[in-house]
Design a protein around this ligand. Structure first.
Ligand code: ADP
Length: 229
């Protein structure tokens, strides 16, 4: 006889943010992390850390990232699985920049199914391509806390001082140029946008207009998380 009544379900949320470079996935993931206690898991950040540390995966990924292409599924999945094995992930995760290919989406479905879990929601941030190039080409972050800024759209209140932590060092990503942003946008349309249909078929797709202000998008995303998580 099946004893389902006392079975403890794994309830941790698995949220996916889908959207082209510059759509605000990282910014929004950080806000959701603070508000809901979820853990942001960015394959871009994990890969940049691997590049900075000069690990074999980082060495293999560096040139592809600088050209705006996609790193191989094999490398990305190895990095993601290591991160998913860490204990804090039990609080629930926001996947930012993953999955990015059909192969990654299927591997994620399998990984979660093995743990008795599934994707809670995949939120597609709907934006305009040309606006994305402008956003990506001017952005930079605080080197201490990671807060995001932009030359044209969001400067710190006091020039050269991070609003959030008071840090005075800032950094720009090597791939945040207009030219590389175009290549990344192309990779998004060719390989990642088709995942929208995958999550629609699974019944977990949510779409959100991401052309508004950071706070408007955060409010929209917050109500989705409250509803599904
Ligand atoms: P953005 O979303 O702004 O393009 P990310 O920080 O997510 O930036 O990714 C930066 C780069 O890292 C990508 O252009 C790609 O080369 C690589 N990358 C990140 N995540 C993945 C992934 N899931 N699969 C393949 N490559 C990835």
């Amino acid at each position: 006889m099946a004893e389902t009544e006392n079975t403890v379900e794994t309830t941790a949320a698995v949220l996916i943010l889908l959207g082209p470079p510059g759509a605000g996935k990282g910014t929004q993931a950080r806000m959701l992390e603070e508000r809901f206690g979820l853990v942001q898991l960015s394959t871009g950040d994990l890969l940049r850390a691997a590049v900075a540390q000069g690990t074999p995966a980082g060495l293999a990924a560096k040139a592809v990232m600088e050209a705006g292409g996609l790193v191989s599924d094999e490398i990305v999945l190895a990095i993601l699985k290591d991160r998913m094995a860490e204990p804090d992930v039990a609080k629930g995760v926001i996947l930012d920049g993953f999955p990015r290919t059909a192969g990654q989406a299927e591997a994620l479905d399998t990984l979660l199914a093995d743990a008795g879990q599934k994707v809670t929601a995949a939120v597609s941030l709907e934006v305009d391509d040309e606006a994305m190039i402008a956003r990506v080409a001017g952005r930079y972050t605080c080197a201490s806390c990671g807060e995001g800024y932009h030359d044209a759209f969001k400067q710190p209140a006091v020039a050269g001082v991070c609003d959030k932590c008071g840090g005075t060092e800032f950094k720009r990503r090597a791939d945040d140029t207009a030219e590389t942003a175009r290549a990344r946008l192309q990779a998004y349309h060719a390989q990642t946008a088709p995942l929208i249909a995958h999550y629609r078929a699974l019944g977990v797709l949510e779409e959100i207009d991401a052309m508004g202000s950071i706070d408007e998008i955060a409010a929209g995303l917050g109500s989705i998380v409250e509803r599904v998580a």
